[in-house]
Write a protein of this length. Structure first.
Lengths: 346, 346
DNA sequence: ATTCGTTGCGCAATCGATTGCACAAAAATA
DNA sequence: TATTTTTGTGCAATCGATTGCGCAACGAAT
């Protein structure tokens, strides 16, 4: 009775002097099982605390009801939040989530993806490492008919579903918000332009200026400024300009924060003398002083959408998936670092 | 050739006109397999991109090389960081990590734990939800011989391994640091005292004061102050006192931040006029102005230790585990919000 | 009384991999 | 040459659950 081992249908069968098939059918409410047998089996199963073993089920059915998630690191807020979105949807549909972290290493990523081909997951949601350009490990997955969905950082060489965010529009929104606040000389912290998201953000900045007939001044675009340190230093050089810019749109929150901190040290009031807006809506944005205006990336929704797409492809099975791309709208979160000073122009 | 299905040992066997057993043995370098057969099998396996199916393996061997992790939410920095520690160790030992989030709900937690009894994981690392007092779902796990390790939030009714942090010592360190900086009138933001960690932190505060023969002033202990809002408000009332306290030790970083923000608004210099130290070392601590002194909880190390304990128990198998408790030393991270003004006393 | 349909259940195969045992053929020994 | 040992491989069971098929037993219809 003090069964330390797990309980199987065979254990139940033995105790009731019946076959395992009958137990299985009784538990699954097969129509050809008598009422009393059904009840007897259910009762004993409950009593023995029986739960069907996932591996046996999975081996037979082909599905282990597990989604794989591949991200650079979960201890970055963005990815942790995406993961939450994925988990929400997965749970709704009875899937568990297996997590893999590449730590931005292509070697680790390849190893992880390869190890997933062996039946551990029904499908994979991935955001590739910064190093990744080759796609052969993902092609292997696809060859084995394991559905794949990218988010945020896709590999464009693969024809699979993706969930992205409209960085361009987010940037346009932010810059237009600054313009609406009366800002006319808007500097820009740009990121490394070989990365799509940063290129799009800079493009959005340029587009917004042009839309509003503001001159694009080359010196106001500070390249490669995405860390707190570089933001701090870039702010220093910006403030030395005459006439001084009256706003900054940064491609990232950390550099925006660096700018904020330097401004304070320089005795400059934000937003009275200079407005600042960042991108990503990191958790520290509402916590700094003044709270930082930023563009939210809808991380949780991104996770949800990715999971929905993946589960659809898993269920479709066999049939060729029809890759679709979901582009999410970012949301401008206006905080005090950019409060309006003047009425927006009509 | 265009095999869209996965490749099994039987596929290899068929192509080489041998039995599956031989393939299995050849791949596992069984001594009784001829060299040429071994090579032939290995070559074909590589060519067909064969990977042993995890479910078959798991069903036979009993181990699926998967660790379960149960946390309230991964999008909280502390848990995400613990998860990283777990993942590091798990990967080193060839385990994957299955993630479960209770969202602080006992119902969800129970459902999750129950669904894990069915062979999906070899063991579980858990931090229970804030609601959890009952332990029957964990007892079920233990009955099925699935190893269990708690971290940070254990259930004391269960005799299993745990990894904790010494909140008491962390608090003593922080308060002694303030004292060493010349502070004599140190206020304290306390958390809900029915939660162990907060009780310990307050106890550490009291202990440090007594050790240094400082009077414990009841009015200086502000209860239930762990959010940014309550920190802000509590700071207001503290600053109205005469004589004004010259330091605050907060049981949490968010309330410390609230205090920081109010101090700035009140035109009070931190740390010149009042020092502030928090607890948890949230990621925003180094980012605010001035950077916030805090006590780091060694989250990653906590995850590593938990994973090490769990894997040990998994490998020990069958035999009765000997529960052990690891208590980690927290680390005081001194930042500008508490820079010393005076030389410490001898 | 015979036939047919239904009900209730067991046998055995299956999913993928491993492994104890048996049994040849080859090699080593007497 | 006869016997023993070693080597190389296959058969079949196993892990846990499901399911097509077969086969009784029973009731209803002819």
């Amino acid at each position: 009775m003090n069964s330390t081992k797990r309980c199987t249908i065979h254990d139940i069968a033995r105790q009731l002097n019946i076959s395992a098939s009958t137990v299985s059918r009784a538990l699954n409410d097969h129509p050809r099982i008598s009422q009393q047998m059904r009840i007897a089996v259910h009762d004993l199963a409950r009593e023995l605390n029986y739960h069907p073993d996932f591996r046996g089920l999975s081996l037979r059915s082909g599905s282990g009801r597990t989604l794989g998630v591949l991200v650079p690191q979960v201890d970055r807020y963005f990815f942790a939040t995406v993961l939450r979105g994925i988990d929400d949807v997965a749970t709704e549909h009875g899937y568990d989530v297996l997590i893999c972290q590449s730590y931005e290493s292509i070697a680790k990523e390849t190893a992880l993806v390869t190890s997933l081909l062996n039946g551990k997951v029904d499908g994979l949601i991935a955001s590739v490492s910064i190093e990744t350009t080759d796609d052969h490990h993902f092609r292997q997955l696809m060859k084995k008919n394991i559905p794949l969905v990218f988010f945020d950082r896709p590999l464009d060489t693969l024809n699979v579903s993706k969930v992205l965010i409209d960085d361009f529009k987010g940037s346009v929104d932010a810059v237009e918000h600054l313009i609406a606040g009366g800002r006319r000389k808007i500097a820009h912290f740009a990121g490394p332009q070989h990365i799509r998201v940063y290129k799009d953000r800079t493009a959005g900045y340029l587009h917004a200026l042009k839309q509003h007939h503001l001159e694009v001044i080359k010196d106001l675009i500070i390249p490669n400024t995405i860390t707190q340190q570089t933001g701090y230093r870039s702010m220093k050089s910006i403030l030395a300009m005459t006439p001084r810019p009256d706003a900054i749109f940064s491609s990232g929150d950390y550099s925006a924060l660096g700018a904020l901190l330097f401004a304070r040290e320089a005795g400059l009031s934000v937003p009275d003398e200079i407005s600042i807006a960042g991108f990503a809506n990191e958790p520290f944005c509402p916590l700094v002083n003044p709270p930082l205006t930023s563009v939210d990336q809808q991380a949780q929704e991104m996770g949800r959408q990715a999971a929905i797409l993946l589960i659809k492809e898993i269920l479709r099975k066999e049939k060729h998936p029809i890759p679709s791309t979901v582009v999410l709208e970012p949301r401008l979160i206006i905080r005090e670092s950019s409060h309006r000073l003047f009425e927006p122009f009509p």
